[in-house]
Ligand binder design. Structure first.
Ligand code: HEC
Ligand code: HEC
Ligand code: HEC
Ligand code: HEC
Ligand code: HEC
Length: 481
């Protein structure tokens, strides 16, 4: 009942339309094979995904568009009228039937491909592996974090049409950056166009979930012969709601919805805070400013890029101003090593192992291969320096090599210029890489009365032990069930 032949005749009047038709059929045919293959045989793989759900459907759609365009071009150029001819040759009803059926088939194919492609593009595999070199650092450390089950898009895109469109536009710009190879290495943080964190983190974390006290036991190993272990133990005041006035106190006081903290900084990294403004639930304002004399932009080499006015550098404080590393946790080298010694992956009874390991992993290597070779020198270097101890530990040293190599390739990406401490956490005391909490709590930012933002140890935590080898309090903690 369908008159295919007249349709083919009409099609054959235009080379472009023929090309379009060939494109549609091959793309759909090949895609069908690939999808069946993917569902039955292969593991989900980002490259197959891109071809099956983005590239082939794109080709098919282009082909489909070329068919009418080709026919129309012939019509305009040669006064031939393939569409009219088609309609005249076949009864009008049949032409419409044919078009209807073909359109329906196309709709089904595209709906399926579209659904799968959106689904696929939102998967962590796509985000983490598609732009392999660009995102692999974030993907690698993300997989080790507490949020490895949370899809990239839940934090970076989020629900709602507005943010979706915005992020797709940003995404397109970023993709162009990757193709044209002009993105920044490393990727700059903080991310200036992230959604307000209450919409991101608030989806899963309620105020109750981060209140109370948190005892933290921090183990360190000294770079000496015995790798001497010390403990620092603090009790962090995460937050509590007081019974009298129902206001939140403690560290998560900043995140309470009752008030708003705005801060202004001189640089895009938001390190040089010059003004902090607190608006409480009654609309009362309290302002802290940095006395001019104590800080000028040129102080420490970070220059304002000159493009940001005060307004753009203003920021409403939210979770990410402390939790800037909730999932992309790039540990500093000392902490990364101490963790391995603490859990026994590296045996802390090997003399000098902490110091030598640190030396090897913190050298600057040009490439990943060079780093692997450099770290593989551990046994040889140990032999050279500590010949007396060598015999006892030769086997263990061989086993430590892959551990340190793995550590290095988890955190260091020479091709993205990511070295140790490129992405420091903003939680804690000042280091050479960030002033963290003390961007504001340094006692230099003062209000009209000259009172600084608190830097009293006890408002943030009780210090139960500081760099002690055998703290009494640890025994008490361990005795607890
Ligand atoms: C739990 C929420 C969360 C998830 C899940 C998440 N991210 Fe992030 N991401 C963040 C935050 C927060 C930042 C840092 C923002 C800042 O410092 O301004 C960030 C920063 C980044 C950056 C900038 C470089 C950097 O390290 O700061 C990249 C690239 C990135 N994320 C990619 C990804 C990819 C790829 C995935 C999925 C594999 C992912 N993210 C999953 C929250 C998340
Ligand atoms: C889709 C849900 C989800 C979102 C969105 C989310 N989280 Fe989480 N978060 C979790 C889960 C699940 C855990 C793991 C709890 C555990 O392991 O005990 C967790 C753990 C944490 C922890 C404690 C563990 C750690 O790594 O220190 C922190 C801090 C945290 N989240 C902060 C954040 C911040 C900040 C954001 C927003 C940028 C965020 N989360 C967004 C689900 C989420
Ligand atoms: C002023 C800085 C700051 C802000 C703002 C902040 N947090 Fe925290 N948060 C902390 C610190 C510090 C800890 C303890 C970290 C540690 O254990 O090392 C913490 C711990 C947590 C934990 C883990 C709690 C536990 O019992 O282990 C969660 C979950 C969390 N925060 C979520 C959030 C969310 C969600 C927001 C935003 C609504 C937020 N935080 C805002 C500083 C902050
Ligand atoms: C952008 C500026 C800013 C940053 C960054 C910041 N704070 Fe604060 N913080 C304030 C202001 C403003 C106050 C209120 C003034 C005061 O209490 O002196 C405050 C108050 C506090 C309080 C007392 C809250 C109360 O009333 O019980 C604690 C505890 C605290 N901060 C801990 C932290 C910790 C821990 C960090 C880092 C993880 C941090 N802050 C980072 C601005 C900041
Ligand atoms: C603005 C809040 C704040 C103030 C004020 C503050 N600290 Fe801390 N401190 C922190 C945070 C947050 C951490 C936890 C860092 C982490 O999670 O690794 C910490 C960690 C520590 C640690 C253990 C971690 C380590 O690396 O050794 C010690 C010890 C410590 N602080 C001592 C002090 C002393 C002593 C004072 C007062 C002179 C003080 N702190 C003032 C926020 C503060």
């Amino acid at each position: 009942m369908f008159h295919i032949k007249p349709f083919l005749d009409a099609l054959s009047t235009s080379k472009l339309a023929i090309f379009g038709a060939v494109l549609v059929t091959t793309a759909i045919g090949a895609d069908a094979l690939l999808i069946v293959g993917e569902l039955l045989i292969f593991e989900s793989n980002p490259y197959i995904g891109i071809i099956a759900y983005v590239l082939f459907p794109g080709m098919a759609a282009t082909g489909l568009m070329l068919i009418p365009i080709g026919m129309l071009l012939v019509m305009r150029k040669s006064h031939r009228d393939p569409v009219g001819k088609l309609i005249r040759r076949v009864r009008r009803k049949h032409v419409f039937q044919l078009i209807l059926v073909l359109t329906l088939i196309n709709l089904i194919i595209f709906a399926f491909a579209g659904y799968r492609s959106i689904h696929f593009m939102e998967s962590a595999t796509f985000c983490g592996l598609t732009c392999h070199q660009v995102m692999s650092p974030e993907y690698t450390v993300y997989q080790r974090s507490h949020h490895s089950e949370v899809a990239c898009v839940e934090c970076h895109v989020g629900p709602g049409v507005g943010w979706l469109i915005k992020s797709k536009l940003d995404g397109t710009r970023q993709l162009a950056g990757v193709i044209l190879d002009n993105y920044s290495r490393p990727i700059e943080t903080p991310i200036h166009n992230m959604r307000p964190a209450e919409h991101i983190c608030g989806e899963c974390h309620s105020e109750e979930s981060y209140q109370g006290n948190r005892v933290k036991v921090i183990q360190r190993y000294e770079p000496d012969e015995n790798n001497t272990r010390t403990f620092s133990i603090i009790n962090l005041q995460l937050g509590e709601t007081s019974n009298e006035d129902q206001t939140m106190r403690g560290i998560h006081w900043h995140a309470s919805k009752d008030h708003e903290i705005r801060f202004w900084s001189l640089d895009r990294r938001r390190e040089q805070v010059i003004r902090v403004e607190l608006t409480d639930e009654h609309g009362q304002k309290r302002v802290w400013t940095r006395p001019e004399s104590a800080h000028t932009p040129a102080d420490d080499g970070h220059q304002d890029d000159g493009q940001q006015d005060d307004h753009q550098n203003m920021r409403v404080m939210d979770c990410v101003d402390c939790h800037n590393r909730p999932t992309h946790v790039f540990l500093p080298p000392d902490k990364a090593l101490d963790d391995l010694l603490a859990d026994g992956t590296i045996d802390p009874t090997i003399p000098w192992i902490r110091s030598l390991s640190y030396e090897l992993i913190t050298q600057t290597y040009e490439s990943d291969e060079q780093a692997m070779e450099g770290i593989a020198q551990l046994p040889a270097l140990y032999h050279e320096r500590f010949e007396a101890a060598w015999d006892l530990y030769a086997d263990k040293l061989e086993e430590i090599v892959p551990v340190l190599q793995d550590l290095h390739s988890t955190y260091i990406y020479p091709e993205m210029n990511i070295q140790w401490n490129t992405y420091p956490s903003l939680i804690g005391h000042p280091t050479a890489h960030t002033s963290a909490c003390f961007r504001c709590h340094d006692g230099v930012l003062v209000d009209a009365q000259g009172v600084g933002i608190t830097n009293d140890c006890k408002s943030c935590h009780f210090v139960l032990a500081e760099d002690e080898q055998d703290p009494m309090i640890l025994k008490l903690l361990e005795a607890q069930p």
